[in-house]
Design a protein around this ligand. Sequence first.
Ligand code: GLY
Ligand code: MN
Ligand code: MN
Length: 461
Amino acid sequence: MFSPEVYRARRAVLSASFSEGLLLFVGNGESPMNYADNCYPFRQDSTFLYYFGLDQPDLAALVDVDRGQTTLFGREPTIDDVVWMGDLPSLAHRAEAAGVEDTRPPAALEDLLHEARRKGRPVHFLPPYRAETRLLLGRLLGLSPDEVTQQASEGLIQAVVAQRSIKAPEEVEEIERAVALSVKMHEAAIRMARPGLREAEVAAEVQRLAWAAGGRTAFPVIATIHGETLHNHYHGNVLSEGDLFLLDAGAETSRGYAGDLTTTFPVAPRFTERQKLIYEVVLAAYRMAVATLAPGVPNREVHFAACRAIFEGMKDLGIMKGDTEEALAAGAHALVMPHGIGHMLGLDVHDMENLGENYVGYAGEPRSTQFGLKSLRLARPLQPGFVVTVEPGVYFIPQLIDLWQAEGRHLEYINYPELTKWRDFGGVRNEEDYLITPEGARRLGPPKPQTVAEIEALRGA
Ligand code: GLY
Ligand code: MN
Ligand code: MN
């Protein structure tokens, strides 16, 4: 945890956005995998972590804006808890660590909210993403599960997004710690890959490093020789000499902050000339995107800077053709780059995505429905304090190529006979994490092997 003052100050900033009412925060509970006592690893709700820092299940909190008071609700540990789980801090002790002055048992929350509703006081809460939380909120507020989602407070969502979007120095430090560990995970994977190894063995080593450092992985590891499948979580393939390996993995620190990096490297000691061609296009796109990062620049422009470089690169290879700006507007490039340039990063790997991607990345701006551009999670102007990923890629997805070719889509921009030659190439992505500064942007963490030479140097002889 950070110091109690950090949490007190964060809540004070939030409360200042409201003139009256109650702000209700529900922490996560344990989540059973296959029976009640066999749970997924506990993960606290990120907004609860942000305002309270308490990483234990079954807590809730209420900020009374009118009275300027915060109350923490939870159960005192019983002797049974201690027998099974060891010494646990009292509720008062947890409250003190979070800078909260008042504690009550869980039942008191229901009474307080009942009283507030009777008096017509506004109760602001965030949209739940877990069924258990939706049911709990429904019970606490006398709402059906559907009503809970509909009545989540837009004002609270917007205030939390505004605050969490700007990372404080202590948060940037945590993210850099996560990125530094993520770099070690990627270097280990680059070093160990060789023909005959299974993808699962690389995935296991990457996860081992995250756990051994006292954290965990921030999202399910993507460790695959089929990088063209964007969120590929299958780890059953055996690596072969001619394969490209794509690793998308990031550590999460014990305080809950994420890193998110992608590296693509050959299973052989060296890239083939053909692999280099695509790799260099991706790297050029990555550099164009990074050069565009600055306060005030809409991230949509960063996205298009990368897409422009990719389209130009594809033109140089004879895969695409025609007027670049027209092709970009039509979305032809999305055949090989069907996702967005990046997203915010923080306590969640896709930061605050549970609060609504459009609140986080669009702030009221319209969102495109065009294939490719619709997957851009962050489009609005960048601000100092934003932490974002930059992650362009080039992917040859056989089913997508077949579909577009069958439909005759974008014939003026795509040279299908030439594209067919790359059908089984796979996918390449490079992803790194940036802080937007008043002057521009700064890459977070130590450098990750990025160029062909840097990667090959780690691959050994
Ligand atoms: N790791 C998922 C992503 O890069 O967005
Ligand atoms: Mn990412
Ligand atoms: Mn990633």
